[in-house]
Write a protein of this length. Sequence first.
Length: 289
Amino acid sequence: MIRFRRASRVALFLLVVVGDLLTGAGAQALQTVRLPTALCRDGGLFADGIESGPVYSPDASTGAGVVIPGNQQRQVLVSSSLRTYYLRVPPLYRADRPVPVVILLHGATGSSATTPDAAQDLRDLFSASADRAGVLLVAPPASGNSGGWEPSADFPFIEAILDDLEMAVVLDRQRRSLWGFSAGGHVAHGLALWNSDVFAAYAVKAGVLEAYAGTTAPAAATREVPLQSRIGVSDPLRPFAQDDVLRFLNAGWQIDDTLQYQEVSGGHTYSSADANAALPWLCRWAVLH
């Protein structure tokens, strides 16, 4: 398995949600905080020009780039190669407002030539929901020949993206999340559970443990990373997603709290409805070190 370099800093402590102790799979290293919904309305904490709600201190990066709201693309150097990723900066972004970020992982496209389009299409589909939630979107294209994810190449790419964002924007490092569909969802399970100090929460549509992360990943995780899992009722992966629910519950996740599971109409596909469900939910979680 491949982990980000920063994941090695994990130690064991307690898992706290809004100050309340959760019972679960032993002592935990990090604090998981669920923020009020007001923080996910156009950057909510500052939407009315004044700070409101409970005390929350973002872990702000020192981003110094001149950032213009809207769709953009940037490049990072990974293993001596320049790779392009796509992002969308929310309309109310300001340098004095640390912004949460969601990384979007597309499904396998069949060809590496089509992954840039898949990444941009996913970003555009999520843009309206992200703008309402005050969330920055990042959409990297996968590098595999079949249009899927290659961990040895793409995990360092995603880590380089996070490092680049910290220099470019004022990012809230306690509110980094993932969303993935199909192959992207399979990978999201691995990324989130193996790097539980990096990602505050994650969401998948038709993403299952067995395809990549492994069925023991929840039990082995050092933190109960909040998960939203959605699956179509006619999706052939539905039985796997149902089995995963039990694996997470047995490892200490709590239904309708750190685990939100939804069966929805349709098959192996995604739509703006998934974005509308995921973005407000992901935006509310922070991980405190």
